[in-house]
Design a protein around this ligand. Structure first.
Ligand SMILES: Cc1cc2nc3c(=O)[nH]c(=O)nc-3n(C[C@H](O)[C@H](O)[C@H](O)COP(=O)(O)OP(=O)(O)OC[C@H]3O[C@@H](n4cnc5c(N)ncnc54)[C@H](O)[C@@H]3O)c2cc1C
Length: 442
């Protein structure tokens, strides 16, 4: 990577950040901590004080009292002289004039622009789903924002039968299923692929989680393509007027139908790259950025879920949807802008990690399993095991279920490029770094 001339890092000038979630908020605070003296404006369309997203499908959904979990206290923004504009949407970027426009017509000038625009929930082109109005809808939801979680909680409280259909058996659908079961709902998960999570994990992990959900009472249906969502105007004569009078019916291509009080659509995301495209920066699977999170325009940076970056560890372009990636990229971009990245050395990329909580199962994942040609399972008990993914002798990824030690050792092995003794994984002995690590692999 070419480090720019000294004057590039002026530590001054106007920085405008679009998107105040994990990436945008962390960037703003890091930038100030690294000594940026100029204005920092953080713009977010969500009116809520920026919050942690992972609890939305976990604790926030399950708890009657829990509100959103703020990323920073409100006061911290003013204390750090960060101008947080909530409830504003950036509608255009004019890269030649270095100006952005807000939905109320205000124009703001920038010296450096940071795109931290993340993703939005994807609504598939299914008959009956095309009319979802996020503000007025009471029966079809996505799971991306605090408003979504609040609306789902209200729908559950108001529903007659507490019957929920979740379309999509990915992490968000499954976490939502686990939370709703804990809240007394009857849950059906409908997945298009033959196995849940088939895009992101192996059959071993998919089968374990399938059994887990079935054992908790989830009706888990795979290989089913949803083709329509209909509303049944069924009347419930003895119910009070505030309760739902309608049922949703999810219709699959094989003719089967599933009735619900409400539906959650959890079939993945679409990246918010419109502003990047408008600004003329390179966008492929995400906004393309270099090691310092700089786009093809040197004054425009992108961080978090909306980006695509070359991984020196995996030797390919990757796109991650994780808090870790958003936080790490925010830190690196802030260091780069303030001239704090060590010059002449490759930027230290971190190993991707992710977690998911479902019932009493804590799944921790380090690395990326894509491209593996061998997997080994280290089983401690029915509820405690780890899956180790290799390509030849190189360890790519470890998934650990209720098994922090496997996660920690896996992280160490991938980070330090250590050769792992496969025999140690296959033996009955407890995991230890003394027996597991052989040497540095090539
Ligand atoms: C329910 C749920 C559970 C999750 N669980 C986990 C987990 O357990 N572990 C994990 O690592 N990750 C988890 N994730 C993923 C994690 O939350 C994301 O990777 C993370 O939020 C990415 O942060 P980000 O800032 O890049 O993008 P986002 O969080 O998507 O934020 C982007 C922000 O930009 C705003 N924005 C976009 N365009 C504009 C515009 N034009 N004007 C103004 N504002 C704009 C959006 O409103 C949004 O708030 C979960 C996500 C969800 C939804």
């Amino acid at each position: 990577m070419q480090f720019p001339a000294e004057e590039f890092h002026s530590n001054n000038g106007a920085v405008v950040i679009i998107g105040a979630s994990h990436a945008g908020v962390n960037f703003a605070f890091h930038l100030r901590q690294q000594g940026w003296a100029g204005c920092i404006t953080l713009i977010e369309r969500d009116p809520e004080l920026p919050y942690h997203r992972p609890p939305l499908s976990k604790k926030t959904l399950q708890s009657a009292e829990l509100k959103s979990t703020p990323l920073k206290a409100e006061k911290a923004y003013s204390d750090n002289n960060i101008d947080l504009k909530l409830g504003y949407e950036v509608t255009t970027v004019n890269q030649s004039a270095k100006q952005i426009t807000l939905n109320d017509g205000q124009c703001l000038h920038y010296n450096k622009l940071i795109l931290a625009t993340g993703c939005r929930a994807f609504i598939p082109p299914v008959l009956g789903l095309e009319v979802i109005d996020p503000l007025n809808n009471r029966s079809i939801f996505t799971m991306r924002t605090y408003a979504d979680t609040t609306a789902i909680k209200a729908a559950l409280n108001n529903s007659s039968d507490k019957q929920v259909v979740i379309i999509g058996g990915g992490y968000i659908g499954l976490e939502s299923a686990a939370s709703l079961i804990a809240m007394g709902a009857k849950v059906t998960v409908i997945e298009k692929q033959p196995k849940i999570l088939s895009r992101v994990t192996s059959a071993v992990m998919s089968d374990f989680l399938t059994e887990l959900h079935l054992s908790k009472g989830v009706e888990l249906l795979t290989d089913k393509d949803v083709i329509e969502v209909k509303q049944l105007s069924h009347q419930y004569p003895h119910q009070p007027p505030h309760q739902y009078q309608h049922k949703q019916v999810v219709v699959c291509s094989d003719g089967s139908e599933y009735c619900a009080d409400f539906i959650i659509v959890g079939v993945g995301v679409r990246l918010n790259t419109q502003l990047a495209l408008e600004a003329g920066v390179d966008v492929e699977q995400g906004i393309k950025v270099n090691e310092a999170c700089q786009t093809s325009n040197e004054d425009i940076f992108a961080i978090g879920d909306c980006t695509q970056q070359f991984s020196s560890l995996y030797q390919r372009w990757i796109r991650l949807e994780s808090v870790q990636n958003a936080v790490d990229q925010a830190k690196i971009a802030a260091q780069f802008l303030t001239g704090k990245l060590p010059q002449g050395e490759p930027v230290q990329q971190t190993v991707p990690w992710f977690w998911s909580d479902q019932y009493n199962c804590k799944l921790q994942i380090v690395g990326l399993s894509e491209g593996y040609d061998e997997l080994l399972v280290k089983q401690e008990s029915a509820q405690q095991f780890s899956v180790w993914y290799f390509k030849a002798d190189k360890l790519l990824c470890v998934e650990a279920v209720n098994y922090a030690k496997a996660y920690v050792l896996g992280t160490q092995a991938i980070k330090q490029n250590l050769l792992v003794d496969k025999a140690a994984l296959q033996s009955r002995d407890a995991l230890s770094k003394e027996t597991l690590f052989l040497a540095v692999s090539n």
